[in-house]
Design a protein around this ligand. Structure first.
Ligand code: SAH
Ligand code: SF4
Ligand code: F3S
Length: 454
């Protein structure tokens, strides 16, 4: 029997982290399995679904604005519907529920982070009843990985090993919208990874808000190092993971960077601040000294490891001295990439109750100083790659120039190179090419292709 979504066109708009990107692939897979057809723009779509993020205020405001602007958008010619269906899911759906429909009356379906799989029924009911459907659950028993998936890139897969977060960093909304941490059984993780490898996937990225605590809820102890061993044993070519909480990064996991063939020499290890006073107020449960000791151990095991991090500037009560501690730590560690954020007050988190006497322009000035440092350090840290030949997993054409290919080296850096004669960037996507690096910029490396590996 044809589903009520049969032949409807749909478009997904995704914000936020990799977990949301992965959820979107599941939603696309599920809608396609029901006969709906993906299209490249909102204009062509009968159904538009927003997979949302509320980690900072800017993402929130943008979502409300973007959904509001859909109201006046003409229907696509030939649509069988009397109205374009608008669905809002993900973290804002989870948090705002009915409020979304009250503020945006043209929204037809709201779902949360625990029930991606309900979207088709919600849309079918919205068509049938002509009124908005809201369904948000407090927790879920299943992983979205039980849904089919339409992966954005055929050669790379995201594989969630945990969902939710138990850490309750005082500034962060994630535990409130993603629920408690839940690990997937190890055999399910391995079976999914093996399935990807057998299907020709070259790179697997294990996902979780804090992958290092994998297994604590399920087995009574963290077993992330075992996950790495088991996924490496599937024969995967490139293995990555995100995100790591410094308080739970064990010597066992650090050691794997020296021993596992597939584990790429790159680690995202969010530090958030270099001041112990602020780290304590953030409820991060480590000190700057502990963090630096982890960096030391990682470099002892794998001297060329590329580190990246997240930093929040302007946490309530941050002084110039606290900021300078962060500045010095960033300078000292030497990160290939730093994601810098200005603190954003999130209603419902403990930090939202803290007063902050610091004027916004002072916070902005600190932020600008940090961004300058990050740029200078990224540029400096890219220079040693000059003259090296790196295996690059091609992703496609660079954004600016179709004759230039873009991909990632083992360190996670973006590498550009002119497309070799007789080839296309699209044709090379998903293959590995060697690139001899002759340019090292702040945000990327570039060079000439010296070998194709298929
Ligand atoms: N679980 C991951 C990702 C969390 S969200 C982790 O712990 O690293 C990604 C980043 O957003 C965080 O690392 C933090 O730097 C930033 N962030 C989270 N809440 C924020 C807030 N209220 N204001 C500003 N930045 C925030
Ligand atoms: Fe948020 Fe902290 Fe959990 Fe990361 S570890 S998602 S920053 S509460
Ligand atoms: Fe945003 Fe939700 Fe991820 S709040 S960062 S999309 S878990």
């Amino acid at each position: 029997m044809a589903s009520s979504l049969q032949d409807l066109t749909f478009h997904l708009v995704t914000f936020g982290c990799q977990m949301n990107k992965h959820d979107s692939e599941r939603i696309a897979g599920m809608l396609e399995a029901l006969g709906a057809v993906p299209v490249g723009s909102i204009e062509e779509a009968d159904v538009v679904a927003f997979i949302t993020c509320c980690v900072r205020e800017a993402a929130d405001t943008r979502l409300y604005g973007q959904v509001a602007s859909l109201k006046s958008l003409p229907l696509r010619p030939g649509t069988p519907l009397a109205k374009r269906l608008v669905a809002v899911g993900g973290c804002i759906g989870q948090r705002d529920r009915e409020r979304l429909c009250q503020e945006l009356p043209h929204v037809d379906a709201v779902f949360g982070t625990h029930n991606l799989g309900s979207l088709p029924q919600l849309l079918a009911r919205a068509i049938e009843q002509g009124k908005a459907q809201v369904e948000v659950l407090e927790a879920s028993d299943s992983f979205p990985t039980e849904l089919p998936s339409d992966r954005e890139r055929a050669w790379a897969a995201w594989l969630p090993i945990t969902i939710g977060c138990d850490n309750f960093c005082s500034y962060c909304i994630v535990p409130h919208v993603r629920g408690r941490e839940k690990s997937r059984p190890l055999e399910d993780v391995v079976a999914e990874a093996q399935g990807y490898v057998d299907a020709g996937v070259r790179e697997v990225t294990l996902l979780g808000q804090n992958v290092n605590s994998y297994g604590r809820d399920l087995y009574g102890e963290p077993r992330f190092a075992e996950v790495l061993d088991a996924v490496d044993a599937t024969g995967v070519e490139r293995l990555r993971f995100a995100t790591s909480h410094p308080k739970d990064l064990t010597d066992g996991v650090i050691g794997r960077f020296g021993t596992l063939r597939s584990l790429m020499p790159a680690l995202h290890l969010p530090v958030q601040s270099g001041s112990d006073r602020i780290l304590a107020a953030m409820n991060r449960r480590y000190t700057a000294e502990h963090y630096l000791s982890l960096v030391g151990k990682l470099r002892a095991v794998r001297p060329d490891i590329a580190l990246s991090t997240d930093v929040i500037v302007g946490f309530p009560g941050e002084t110039e001295e606290d900021f300078l501690a962060t500045y010095r730590l960033i300078e000292e560690v030497g990160y290939n990439q730093v994601f810098t954020f200005i603190y954003s007050r999130r209603e419902g988190t403990p930090a939202a109750a803290l007063d902050d006497p610091t004027p916004p322009e002072v916070i902005q000035e600190r932020f600008d100083r940090l961004v300058d440092l990050v740029q200078r350090r990224s540029f400096e840290l890219n220079q040693p790659y000059l003259g090296r030949t790196l295996p690059v997993l091609v992703e496609g054409a660079s954004k600016r120039d179709g004759a230039v290919l873009a991909g990632k080296d083992p360190y996670g850096s973006t590498v550009h190179a002119p497309v070799p004669e007789g080839r296309t960037a699209e044709g090379l996507a998903g293959t590995v090419v060697d690139v001899a690096i002759d340019q090292a910029r702040t945000w990327y490396l570039a060079g000439e292709v010296t070998a194709l590996h298929g």
